[in-house]
Design a protein around this ligand. Structure first.
Ligand code: ZN
Ligand code: ZN
Length: 365
């Protein structure tokens, strides 16, 4: 898909020019991948505001770069970043924009020391992250596939959620199922939180065995083609108690309100409030302690952040999660999370198109 990457570089190039920089040095791995198609743990891109871009990577990735980025000149260097900064000097491009959110102090010092301090280093800002937020249809297809695998894997392990099975065993079975179904890897470390552990939003699965009367929260996702799915369901082991049904219902209603508010043009703070207000109205305001959602794509957490006090506007073709929860310390908790794409008029349930489609009703196992 060299044309896609070329048009992405053109959009980024215009932003570099608007900044008044001679070139940008792109060093964040996912940003290099987004602009070139090369997935590498050691690659960088020199993107001049006027002139030909240059990709650099080490010999381990040289063949892959030649295959995946045939339209880009390639520099094979172990120290890709420094080599490109020297190239900027050689081309008389001293005003070099760098990714301040990614470059360490140590690496910044190395760049600043080149050519007796001849480079003028200016922060690029989150230019590429911004471009990455709105996805093209090819990206959404990869994300939809990652979400489909996630749902299938979840259904495949439901049978193993029964008394005596441990959180860890369940998490391993889930990740194995995702790989078997075609995932490159899990998108992140799966969360399986049972009984009182369910009150910890990011509990690490341990040796606790499921017991009758537990709520079990499973937060998982598959990675496919570089794109990350993210889904959470809370299920009941045996007949749930009244309070368990209640917090599940409150969370489900809050999620529906959040999804309904996730329209093109909506302010992210308002989307968060739509869900948060429902939880607060039910008396559990103190028990929903995290943000409502986040963008997903080449990273599992990326822009936009949908949270209390956040600002920003949702746009069409932005995939996000909506993931309210209610956590009762010492007792347990519920979280329901889906990955959705913001669309104008996507369906009956609301404007957002769900990519994870497992039922949101409380499953009693
Ligand atoms: Zn999640
Ligand atoms: Zn999430």
């Amino acid at each position: 898909m060299p044309e896609i990457h070329q048009s992405r570089r053109e959009l980024a190039r215009r932003r570099v020019a608007a900044l008044g920089a001679d070139a940008a040095l792109i060093t964040a791995g996912v940003n290099v991948r987004y602009l070139t198609g090369l997935a590498s743990s050691n690659a960088a891109l020199l993107l001049p505001s006027d002139g030909e871009p240059l990709l650099a990577t080490d010999s381990r990735y040289a063949g892959t770069a030649a295959r995946d980025c045939p339209d880009l000149p390639l520099l094979v260097e172990r120290e890709a970043e420094l080599a490109l900064a020297r190239e900027a000097l050689r081309r008389r491009m001293p005003a070099l924009a760098f990714e301040a959110q990614e470059v360490t102090v140590e690496r910044h010092q190395a760049l600043a020391g080149l050519g007796d301090g001849a480079l003028r280093l200016v922060p690029l800002g989150r230019v590429v992250e911004d471009l990455r937020m709105v996805k093209d249809e090819a990206e959404l297809e990869l994300l939809a596939k990652a979400c489909a695998i996630t749902g299938e894997a979840f259904l495949a392990v439901l049978g193993s959620i029964r008394p005596g099975v441990t959180e860890r065993e369940c998490a391993i079975a889930l990740e194995r199922a995702m790989i078997d179904l075609g995932a490159e890897a899990p998108a992140f470390d799966s969360i399986v939180a049972s009984g009182p552990n369910g009150a910890i939003p990011h509990h690490v699965p341990g040796t606790r065995a499921f017991e009758p009367g537990d709520l079990v929260t499973i937060d998982c996702g598959a990675r496919f083609g570089g794109y990350h799915a993210d889904m959470t369901r809370t299920v009941a082991v045996g007949e749930p108690a009244g309070w368990q049904r209640e917090i599940h219902e409150v969370t489900r209603e809050a999620q529906a309100a959040g999804i309904a508010a996730a329209r093109p043009g909506a302010d992210v703070g308002d989307v968060d409030a739509a869900a948060r207000d429902r939880i607060a109205a039910a008396g559990y305001g103190e028990n929903f302690s995290h943000g409502l959602g986040h963008g997903v794509g080449l990273q599992v957490h990326e822009a936009p952040t949908i949270g209390y006090g956040r600002t920003g506007t949702l746009r069409e073709r932005v995939p996000i999660t909506i993931e309210p929860g209610v956590y009762l310390p010492g007792l347990g908790g519920v979280r329901i999370e889906d990955t959705l794409v913001v669309r104008a008029g996507a369906g009956a349930a609301g404007p957002a198109q769900p990519l994870t489609t497992i039922t949101r009703e409380l499953l009693v196992l």
